[in-house]
Structures are given as structure tokens and as C-alpha cells.
Design a protein around this ligand. Structure first.
Ligand SMILES: [Zn+2]
Ligand SMILES: [Zn+2]
Ligand SMILES: [Zn+2]
Ligand SMILES: [Zn+2]
Ligand SMILES: [Zn+2]
Ligand SMILES: [Zn+2]
Length: 412
């Protein structure tokens, strides 16, 4: 490889090579770039490599496959890398490689490995066992202030009267869509998602075992910006245009927005549409794999409550349109807004290429969601507004040249 150091001292260059070898990324086998260290196994990877691994469904360490919780930026390692590169700058990754990695991973971010499956709090006795287990309300002396009129006999106490699961669901009970234990349909703690018709117990993991009023729900899997960065769904919404997603993530960070806030904006927007959630129900967005009996969603029934999974569906469905609306507020830097529109438009197949996506704008300003599902549903005023405002055509008064984003009034 590098022979130029040989003359000044073979041992020194040997040392440099040895160190460089120790500092290889376990994914790309190149010198680490913005390294992260996986807990608890302590394997190290480029932040971007590790993030791509997670985004592609990785739930454990890419090297040893040990159960892993987080990958954190490693400052000591970065200092060693910096020292190494001061001595052998030719070992640095190319500028293009670094630029691409920077789009994927922001240094300083701790990555979380998702759990292989959104785990139930306890082993699932109801599903595996032959007999139904009593629900939390079945005992007449329970602490919830309400008891089942037809309690499920406890198979551990009274096997003779136990409810065999071959006989279907025990009267008045179904399984919770989150923790999968039985719940009493009439218990005050029971809620139902009006979108997927799944019931939730409200007892197992109260924050998760519940269908909440629509604007108050937390979209499943999207707690903070880190979840957005790690979600492959988000990138798919944007035709794998990592540059545009990065612009959006910068904006979301600068504005201090949470996924929940964005979800609320999306819900508010949908509720302002003439047919509200109906088009989404008609496109069968909410057929999700919950346990329990499946009931057809009546698209005209009133909608009050929603589960975390259905809120997540709405979030993913609506985030690109949300972003198109945010961009119109005019807070983005001119260098971003002044990019030429790609002749191939928002569906361009090349926008997953970094260089192309950086050069051309692929957001055409037409909302994707409602136009694709029901072209005629937008009100006339809105339709004209959509065509009148084109991206990159902001009047000079909207904003002076500003850093990526300024603090803007968050849409209430
Ligand atoms: Zn790497
Ligand atoms: Zn490992
Ligand atoms: Zn019960
Ligand atoms: Zn539950
Ligand atoms: Zn639901
Ligand atoms: Zn293009």
C-alpha cells in the first residue's frame, strides 16, 4: 500500500498501518468515519454504516450479532482517528464518501437498535396455553373498581370450568391489541381503535395498551427525531431521496418539532379536508395485524379514538405532504430553494443518487396524499393555491438569506 513512509522508518509506518487496521469499520472495512461503538459488545463502525444497518432492519450488532441496545459516538476513538489522519492524511476517506456519510449520519447521535419485535410485557400465556386466563377484571376483588359480570374461571384453580380456547373467545372478552392478554369488553379501562377496530386493555402497559383520542395519540415507533432518522419508511416516502430527508430532518431539529407534533399537524390537516379520514379508510390504510377478531371498518362510522399503529400509518402516509406544506412557509435557505427542478419531477428514479438529489429539487409542491387517492376531493380554493405556489419561487420579502432554518412560528 503506502510505501512512501518506508524510508523514514519502517517501524513507524508499520505502526501506522497496524493502527489503521485496528480502526477499520466492521461493515465497510474502510477506516472508520465518525465512529460509533455498539453496546455492550463494543464493536465499532462508521456511524453511517451502523445507521444503514439499522435502517435495513438490523436489530443487533452487525459484527457479532450479539443483542445490542445502542451505538454511541466514541470520542476517544475519534481522537485517535484524528491523530492518525494528521500523520497520514492520504488514508482519509474521499470528500465524496464523507459527504455521503454525513447525509446519513450526524456525528454525536446515539443510535438505538430496535427490539426484534415490540415485545409483550410478559410471556404470552393466553396464546400458548389451551385455556383462557382470567382478565384483570375477572376477579371480584380486583383493584380496578370494576368486575366482569361473566368472569373467566382461572384454569390454575378450577380446571373443570376453565374456558377452552377451542370454544372461541370467552364471553365478553377479547385480546388486547398490544399486550394480548384478555380484556373485558365492557370494562371502563377498555378502549377501541375506530380505525382498525382493535380493542385495548388500558391496564397492561397503560400508555401502549390504549386507543387515544385521535389528536392525542403517539404514532407507534416514532418517539423522537432519532426514530425518524432510523426509519426506512420515511426514506421510502421520499423515493429514497436522502438529501431531501436530510433537509427535512435539519428543519425538524431546528424547529424543535417532535414526531408527535408533526402527527398532530397531519391530523389537523386531514380534519380540514372535506372527507376527512374517509379516503384513508377507503385505501385500506388501517388493515393492520393486530390480534383479535377482525371487523370491517364502516367508513361512515364516527371516528374518535385511534391506536398507536394506526396513528403511525397516518404519520407515514402524511409526512411528505406535511413537508411540502412546511416548505411553503419559506424558512429554508435560498441555496436549497433555488435548486432547479428536476425535469423528471418528483417521481424521478435518480433521486436516490446523492449527487443528483443535491443538484436538483424533487419536491414539486403538489401534495401526494390526497391527489393520488381522490383527485377531486380538494376544495377549489385549495387546488388553485396548490398550482399558484411553486417551489423555489418565493418573493424576496419572505426571508433574507438565512442559515438552514430560522426559528419560525411552529404551526400552532
Ligand atoms: Zn463503515
Ligand atoms: Zn458486536
Ligand atoms: Zn374478565
Ligand atoms: Zn393490554
Ligand atoms: Zn388501530
Ligand atoms: Zn431527478
Amino acid at each position: 500500500m503506502d510505501n512512501q513512509c518506508k524510508e523514514d522508518g519502517g517501524t513507524e509506518s508499520q505502526l501506522v498501518d497496524d493502527i489503521a487496521q485496528e480502526l477499520e469499520c466492521g461493515c465497510c472495512s474502510e477506516l472508520l468515519y465518525k465512529p460509533v461503538m455498539v453496546s455492550p459488545c463494543q464493536h465499532t463502525f462508521c456511524g453511517s454504516c451502523c445507521l444503514l444497518w439499522i435502517r435495513n432492519g438490523g436489530t443487533n450488532c452487525p459484527a457479532c450479532r450479539a443483542i445490542s441496545t445502542t451505538a454511541s459516538p466514541s470520542r476517544p476513538l475519534q481522537l485517535v482517528l484524528d491523530a492518525l489522519l494528521r500523520n497520514v492524511p492520504q488514508k482519509a476517506r474521499t470528500e465524496r464518501e464523507r459527504e455521503q456519510a454525513d447525509v446519513i449520519y450526524k456525528s454525536g447521535t446515539t443510535l438505538r437498535f430496535p427490539s426484534p419485535r415490540e415485545a409483550s410485557p410478559e410471556p404470552n400465556v393466553n396464546i400458548s396455553a389451551e385455556y383462557a386466563r382470567p382478565c384483570p377484571h375477572c376477579s371480584p376483588n380486583n383493584t380496578y373498581g370494576w368486575s366482569c359480570p361473566l368472569p373467566i374461571p382461572d384454569p390454575a384453580v378450577d380446571l373443570e370450568h376453565a374456558w377452552h380456547l377451542d370454544d372461541g373467545l370467552p364471553t365478553g372478552h377479547v385480546q388486547c391489541g398490544n399486550c394480548e392478554t384478555f380484556l373485558a369488553l365492557r370494562a371502563p379501562s377498555t378502549t377501541r381503535c375506530d380505525f382498525c377496530q382493535t380493542y385495548f386493555c388500558g391496564v397492561g402497559v397503560p400508555s401502549r395498551c390504549s386507543a387515544a383520542p385521535i389528536p392525542l395519540q403517539q404514532p407507534h415507533g416514532f418517539t423522537d427525531i432519532g426514530d425518524l432518522i432510523q426509519s426506512s419508511d420515511i426514506y421510502e416516502c421520499f423515493n429514497s431521496n436522502t438529501v431531501e430527508v436530510e433537509i427535512m430532518l435539519d428543519y425538524i431539529t431546528a424547529q424543535g418539532l417532535s414526531p408527535r407534533h408533526i402527527y398532530r399537524d397531519i391530523v389537523k390537516y386531514i380534519l380540514e379536508q372535506p372527507r376527512q379520514f374517509r379516503p384513508l379508510i377507503e385505501m385500506e390504510l388501517f388493515i393492520v395485524s393486530h390480534v383479535g377478531p377482525r371487523v370491517e371498518t364502516d367508513s361512515l362510522a364516527p371516528l374518535h379514538r385511534i391506536c398507536r399503529s394506526c396513528a403511525c400509518e397516518i404519520f407515514i402516509w402524511g409526512i411528505k405532504d406535511w413537508w411540502i406544506r412546511e416548505r411553503r412557509k419559506g424558512f429554508l435557505e435560498e441555496s436549497i430553494m433555488n435548486r432547479k427542478d428536476c425535469p423528471a419531477g418528483s417521481g424521478c428514479a435518480m433521486q436516490s443518487e446523492f449527487g443528483h438529489a443535491k443538484e436538483f429539487n424533487h419536491i414539486d409542491g403538489k401534495p401526494v396524499g390526497f391527489t393520488t387517492i381522490s383527485a377531486g376531493s380538494a376544495t377549489p380554493t385549495e387546488a388553485t393555491e396548490t398550482t399558484a405556489i411553486t417551489e423555489g419561487d418565493h418573493s424576496p420579502s419572505t426571508a433574507e438569506s438565512i442559515p438552514a432554518v430560522t426559528s419560525a412560528p411552529v404551526s400552532e
